[in-house]
Design a binder for this molecule. Sequence first.
Ligand SMILES: C[S@@+](CC[C@H](N)C(=O)[O-])C[C@H]1O[C@@H](n2cnc3c(N)ncnc32)[C@H](O)[C@@H]1O
Length: 287
Amino acid sequence: MSGFSIDWLNLREAADHRARDAALMMKALAWLAAHSAEADGSDARKQQNAATIVDLGAGTGSTLRAFSAIANKSDGRRPEINWRLVDQDVALLAEAARRHSQTHSLQAVEQDLSDIKNLPLAGSQLITASALFDLVSAAFIDELVTVLHTCAQQSPIALYSALNYDGTTKWSPDHPLDELVLAAFNRDQQTDKGFGKALGPRANTYIQEKFAEAGFQVITADSPWQLNGDDAELVCALGEGIANAVKNDAEIDADELQQWLAFRQANAGSGRCSVGHMDLLITSVSW
Ligand SMILES: C[S@@+](CC[C@H](N)C(=O)[O-])C[C@H]1O[C@@H](n2cnc3c(N)ncnc32)[C@H](O)[C@@H]1O
């Protein structure tokens, strides 16, 4: 168990898919097509020449679903893809396999990502990680840069990292406690989420800096959640999650927090909420 339930991942998926920058995903697919062997010919030949994507912290396979949807809209060459889904949560991996093993070439790998040097990256052209890198530490990114730099000595490699929280949340209608709650939430986002002190809202800047310093090309795009009354269930769950995360913060008064949450829930069906994220596409060679 990882603390990420199938229900929660289901609830956020539509907002995630709307938020992901489509052009960046197209570029990631184009990278894959350009850096995998030509896939014309028989089914056996296609499979032999298939590209491999390793999805870190794959959950139930949301990134696979997002890529499949975008690939259907692409008129460029679409390589066959072997998906290697890596997660420490067997229940999530089993759900991913249940949904996709009949329709996709899929390997589920139960592994703690902290063991970065032993990540199953062999033979991959693209590594993906969605809603993950704001949970990791600076040391994790440093080590990942080293590992991918080593991979790139063998063959070109790319990293698509989507939906990293950027520290901004804007509510409408606003409430007097919004700013205090957001500051407390962003403090919580930088506590240990299983990888040591988390980067939280600093993740995007840190990843860009470190990969660029190591000679990688980095392209970014904003990918905010844009929520309205149609997302009321997600907005309520988000409000509860935030309230729970900040309830022990020294700057937050418990009664005022309850009033804030009640206000957020009362307005979930008619208000709006925008949560800032960033997507990154990092490649070992310019193209
Ligand atoms: C916010 S969820 C995102 C899941 C999926 N990428 C998505 O976009 O729906 C974070 C995922 O990272 C996984 N995870 C967190 N810490 C991990 C670790 N140390 N090792 C392996 N997986 C981990 C969780 O099990 C969960 O599936």
